[in-house]
Ligand binder design. Sequence first.
Ligand SMILES: C[S@@+](CC[C@H](N)C(=O)[O-])C[C@H]1O[C@@H](n2cnc3c(N)ncnc32)[C@H](O)[C@@H]1O
Length: 234
Amino acid sequence: MQQRTPGISPTYYKTIGFGLDTEQGQAYAAAKKMIDKYCGKVKNALDYGCGPGRSSRFLKASADSVLGVDVHPEAIVEAKKLPQENISYQLIQNGKLKFPVRFDLTFSGLVLLEVSNKKEISQILENLHKATTPDGTIIILTCTKAGYINDGDKWKCLLTEEEKESLKDGDSVPTGMTDSDEEFIDYYWSNSFYKNAFRENDLQLIETLYASPLEKNKKSRYVIYVCKKSKLET
Ligand SMILES: C[S@@+](CC[C@H](N)C(=O)[O-])C[C@H]1O[C@@H](n2cnc3c(N)ncnc32)[C@H](O)[C@@H]1O
């Protein structure tokens, strides 16, 4: 068994697509619906936690230019290996980011489930708030409880049935891959945790959309939160 570290490795992640025959593909299709509804085509978009660039390339369809940022140096190296016009990448150092401009759309896809503590989640939400134009839109795609505790796409949940039953905010969720022996750790955050965190960070939740599960009558594994800045800045 490999050592479990937080989050999936960028080298593995870059092999994952998001065809509509996958749960993540359905999740990104739902995110696109929300982008079309609230943003249409924007001048610029920020991809917070861009990994090896999959989500930045996804955003490019809705923005003239995209900046992808990530805390993982290897993710940025991998993202830059597949250059695309008007997509640039930047490494986040010490949790803070200084942006030369604000963004009409700030997006964070499948990132908060890799964050182990509330303080860091608040830091990310604060960064998203600061990076967004006053009328801009913040869209967050993350896992539902069903997404953590069920096997699906290429992931298998390594919690016992008892641990699944008693999951609470901040608990680690060991996860394995079905096609390799890699194992990693995600962190469970509930819907009510996110709603509070948005409020505490001056983000107004305006719509919640659950991605369509691949199998009918199953619970959705992914959720999309659409937020606006709730306080006007002076
Ligand atoms: C599961 S990957 C998702 C990548 C990409 N958004 C996508 O959907 O293809 C999660 C990414 O979030 C990044 N990440 C984790 N914690 C972060 C933080 N505090 N700030 C920014 N990025 C973070 C990881 O380095 C990783 O690249």
